[in-house]
Write a protein that binds this ligand. Sequence first.
Ligand code: SF4
Ligand code: SF4
Length: 320
Amino acid sequence: MENGIPPSLLQLLKKHRYHLVGKHSAVKRCKWLYESLIHDRTCYKQKFYGIKSHQCIQMTPSLFYCTQQCLFCWRAQSGDLQIKWDEMELPNWDSAEEIAQESLKAQAKILSGYKGNPKTNWKKFTEALTPRHVAISLAGEPTLYGSLEELIRVFHYKGFTTFLVSNGTAPSKLSALSEEPTQLYISVCAPNEELFRRVCRPQVPYAWEKLKETLSFLPSFRCPTVIRMTMVKGHNMKNADGYAKLVEKANPTYIEAKAYMHVGFSGLRLDYESMPSHREVYDFAARFAERTGYMIIDESVESRVVLLSKRKKTISFETP
Ligand code: SF4
Ligand code: SF4
């Protein structure tokens, strides 16, 4: 066992095509990297924000560690498949430079698989060899990683844009970030504490209060901010008023209402029917919009996501 992580878990993750990086990080090929290179279809974040799917690295510095065990999460959680470890027993962290370097190598390895594929778009493949964007979002809670701001800084120094996704339960870490990501996501997946406990299953005390504290200083970020609401049918798609009240104070640049997808290890915890249709997500987003100053400004039917903002147009990070 390395760092208290059961070898059976490492094997399972490798089988699920996680490229383990150092002791606690990982890179995984996003389905949209494949879709972009092979079928010229791109992810909704390219559509909304201009970041290119074929030049994106999907990674995490905190693969095994999280302050929550959300029902809808696609990561392997302690207890899934009878494999157990302490998700809050943090390791000796690898350095940010090491993680960045090794993540780039892992991405290069992933891309090498496309060389022999006759369907690969060669222009895009050549561009993909120089990735430009990092989604720090794959699995786990990234604010647990001890050198997160350094990791963001290293990627920025290398010319990358970064999207950071956090569950907001570490307000002190987020408020102290001296290097902001290019865009910051905070997940808000319940309209009140009772549902938060049932759906997000916090593993640390006062998680709900901590999330609310994070929301209270979200307006202080200079970068665009996003509240991500993952909608799980029959679980948290109710009480649009509750969501509206929470989000009002945070005043994010955007809100993404997105359907839960029945993928990864979430299938062990939720039924296929928990996945709402795009229409259901859209209707919920419309109810939410009626209660706030936010407007629906874009959507992606295939990813079942609706984008809301007070802006008419998004801020684009498209690179030449
Ligand atoms: S931004 Fe997200 S969805 Fe788009 S390619 Fe990167 S990891 Fe995939
Ligand atoms: S906060 Fe994120 S990584 Fe942690 S359990 Fe929830 S969805 Fe998964």
